[in-house]
Design a protein around this ligand. Structure first.
Ligand code: MN
Length: 193
């Protein structure tokens, strides 16, 4: 049985970057539906019960992989935010790693936004670390997660239209640019380990 995660903030806490209305649909309806779907699939396949989401994502295909992937991705997405700060910037080890690899936080944001904007259709743009600790920005279609290629996921922006359409309509690049104000870099540092 997979549980819907609890949000570590109130539904309106991310406004105006993400509205309470978007949280209501995105977390309350879309994520809940993926959780319900996966639990039905687990009931039909006893080999899945007791497995972690990560194990299911790395060892399945079809609807099981899609629903488990979407739950894992949304769990990482919703727990990486906190209330907006206009001068929000990375700190600690992730700040050093970004500077070393991309030259500056501004360059990094530009590449992240470009990859998120250019991803055709639905999917996710990810920041991950490889086994040597180098940072990687990747585009993953649909429910993709870089974990399946041995990378450690650190940060992700959801570019499915359900993530931004109520607040930004077709303006995906504006949504991606605004998200930097709410990234919880302490959480990203915890994931970096
Ligand atoms: Mn989503």
């Amino acid at each position: 049985m997979i549980e819907l995660i609890k949000l570590p903030y109130a539904p309106e806490a991310l406004e105006p970057v993400i509205s309470a209305r978007t949280i209501g649909f995105h977390y309350g309806k879309h994520l809940q539906t993926y959780v319900n779907n996966l639990n039905l699939l687990i009931e039909q396949d006893s080999a899945l019960s007791g497995r972690t989401l990560e194990e299911i994502v790395c060892n399945s295909s079809g609807s099981i992989s899609n629903n488990a992937g979407q739950i894992l991705n949304h769990n990482l997405y919703f727990t990486q935010f906190r209330s907006p700060k206009s001068d929000n910037a990375p700190a600690g080890r992730i700040a050093q790693a970004i500077e070393k690899q991309f030259g500056s936080f501004g360059n990094f944001c530009e590449e992240f936004k470009q990859k998120g904007t250019a991803l055709f259709g639905s999917g996710w743009v990810w920041l991950s670390a490889d086994k040597d600790g180098s940072l990687v920005i990747s585009q993953e279609p649909n429910a993709g997660n870089p974990l399946t290629r041995g990378l450690k996921p650190l940060l992700t922006f959801d570019v499915w239209e359900h993530a931004y359409y109520l607040d930004y309509q077709n303006r995906r690049p504006d949504h991606l640019a605004a998200l930097w104000q709410i990234v919880d870099w302490d959480e990203v540092n915890r994931r970096l380990g």
